[in-house]
Design a protein around this ligand. Structure first.
Ligand code: GPP
Ligand code: MG
Length: 284
């Protein structure tokens, strides 16, 4: 007789503290934006901002700013999706670090594909499943309280996997080994991430502030490419989104929704120590 032991989802004190942060997180900058159309993102925005939202009646300014920040965050998700496809209703995809589920819902709307999202925050998983249920896609978009480093999902079962600003919570060697196991040959991996620019040296003060704010550990750019290639994930497209990320932070800094981390992002992006990248890779 063999005895199987259930692996706990959280495997370190670090992961416990990250889960505690996200279980308690209720920032208006995330909830108010999500209420615009029921798509709740946990990533930042890209593209030129419409600064006219700051003009006009003060009584409705916050509403206009919320809509504009949400539009920029949706543009970021759309860009990620544009590198995931082509996908169709028969494909199964994985959202690694799925937050409140926004990117997963966007993927299902765009491709009709089946989506599994994983998060180590039980509150986020419950919230995201409720959103999928409300949209009537609860059978196709499912969120799981699981660890992206050890999902327990079947090998080769996924046509695409993404991390939308979630790689800075894990060791990339472990993450990409699991992604490589899960992806079908020829499958696509996409991440959008902030990484420190190791051509500049060690992480700047602003990066340390971002790490402390979110309890994350921003990786150097080199580690992404080293660990991708060590795990049969071959980059096909790399887009430097740093310049495109700045208007979002400038606009956010001018609003009542600011959380206090805005200046650190603006400093890190503008002094060259930090880069916002999209990386797409094929599983070979
Ligand atoms: C944003 O989440 C993303 C992270 C916390 C990961 C860190 C990302 C980097 C690029 C370093 P969020 O939408 O919950 O953040 P906020 O509450 O600040 O909007
Ligand atoms: Mg946010």
């Amino acid at each position: 007789m063999t005895t199987t032991y259930e692996q706990p989802v959280l495997s370190s004190m670090y992961q416990r503290s990250v889960a505690d942060y996200w279980n308690a997180e209720k920032n208006p900058v995330n909830l108010r934006l999500g209420e615009v159309d029921g798509i709740y993102h946990h990533h930042y925005g890209i593209g030129e901002a419409d600064w006219s939202v700051l003009d006009g009646p003060e009584s409705t300014r916050e509403e206009r700013v919320v809509a504009e920040l949400h539009r920029l965050e949706c543009a970021q998700a759309d860009l990620l999706m544009s590198r995931l496809g082509p996908l169709g209703p028969d494909d199964r995809v994985l959202d690694a670090g799925s937050g409140r589920g926004g990117s997963s819902i966007v993927a299902n709307l765009r491709f009709g594909c089946q989506v599994d999202g994983v998060s180590i925050s039980e509150s986020q998983v419950a919230f995201a499943n409720e959103q999928a249920r409300r949209r009537g896609v609860g059978e196709r978009v499912r969120f799981h309280f699981r660890n992206m480093l050890d999902t327990g999902f079947p090998s080769g079962g996924y046509q695409a996997i993404w991390n939308n600003e979630s790689t800075m919570y894990v060791e990339l060697s472990l993450l990409f080994a699991e992604h490589s196991r899960l992806l079908a040959r020829g499958g696509r991996y996409v991440c959008i991430t902030g990484c420190y620019n190791d051509a500049y040296g060690l992480p700047s003060r602003a990066i340390s502030q971002i790490n402390a704010h979110y309890i994350c550990d921003i990786h150097p750019r080199s580690t992404y490419f080293r660990e991708l290639s060590a795990n049969r994930l071959v980059p096909v497209d790399v887009v430097d989104l740093t310049a495109a990320a700045i208007p979002y932070w400038e606009l956010r800094a001018k609003t009542s929704l600011a959380t206090g981390i805005e200046q650190a992002f603006l400093d890190a992006y503008s002094n060259g120590s930090f880069q916002y990248l999209l990386i797409a890779a094929d599983r070979v």
